[in-house]
Ligand binder design. Structure first.
Ligand SMILES: [Zn+2]
Length: 271
């Protein structure tokens, strides 16, 4: 067991968290899925319990915490972290299922690598500000700079990586965050089996207009085994499962989703 847990609080403890924050950060902001075509409305089986607000959902079940461009993480959100063998951290409550999934994936002869996991608000802010600076330097009109930057790097508070429930996994043989990632044997295995361990491919290609994030065949999110099985069976994305699809279309149409192209830092390693 190589688990160190740290009770993380925003504010005073943030500096301490930063010292532990992984340097191997992928700038994932916009993401997608592979769960297949959207299920017809007739087979939607949104649990009655999910027909509540996102805040109520979170209170009821931490595994269904919804963080997206329209739902920022509460500023007082705190999470107990477990540290992976490569130094990256995740919500301690998902460690065992994550370990089981990666262990079984390796047993199938594959080499999955976790290249990005928990990020602090400070880290996400730094990534976002860096992107804003680069966009501004590229000559984009000032009144469009922030919107353009947000297409590539989630605004602080709206990245799922800040929950500790999301992680980016790549194949050892192809460590680039682009659409070709889906062709690796590792992603094929994860897309077929991750739900059995409580994980979903969070941003399917067909759901970008609902999630607000482009296709990301490497970003997995823990939702628990029951919800993951239901999402796998129905083809719904998390927003739809939680009933967010009932929102007016205007509220579900963020900036045009984009496809990120980011190289995984060389210092990455697996769990
Ligand atoms: Zn990600």
């Amino acid at each position: 067991m190589n688990i160190r847990t740290n009770l993380i609080r925003t504010g005073a403890a943030l500096a301490a968290v930063l010292a532990l924050a992984p340097s191997a950060l992928a700038l994932g902001g916009r993401v997608g899925d592979i769960a297949g075509p959207a299920a017809p409305a007739a087979v939607w089986r949104i649990p009655a319990a999910s027909l509540t607000t996102a805040a109520q959902q979170t209170e009821a079940d931490w595994r269904l915490l919804l963080v997206n461009p329209w739902n920022a993480l509460p500023e007082d959100y705190e999470v107990e972290l477990a540290t992976l063998a490569n130094g990256l951290q995740v919500d301690a409550r998902i460690y065992d299922d994550l370990n089981d999934m990666l262990t079984d994936c390796r047993a199938a002869g594959l080499e999955p690598i976790v290249c990005s996991a928990y990020r602090t608000q400070a880290t996400q802010t730094r990534l976002y500000n860096n992107k804003v600076a680069r966009v501004r330097a590229s000559g984009v009109p000032e009144d469009q700079v922030e919107a353009e930057a947000a297409r590539w790097v989630a605004k602080p508070g709206t990245s799922e990586h800040q929950t500790g429930l999301a992680l980016d996994i790549v194949a050892a043989s192809y460590q680039i965050l682009d659409e070709k990632q889906e062709d690796t044997a590792e992603q094929q295995w994860l897309m077929e089996n991750s739900w059995k361990y409580g994980f979903i491919l969070r941003y399917p290609s067909e759901k970008s207009d609902v999630t607000g994030i482009g296709y990301e065949p490497w970003h997995y999110r823990y939702v628990g085994k029951a919800a993951a099985a239901e999402l796998h069976r129905t083809g719904l994305c998390l927003e739809e499962y939680l009933g967010e699809a009932a929102l007016p279309a205007a509220e579900l149409t963020p900036a045009q989703p984009v496809r990120p192209l980011e190289t995984v830092p060389p210092e990455t390693a697996d769990i």
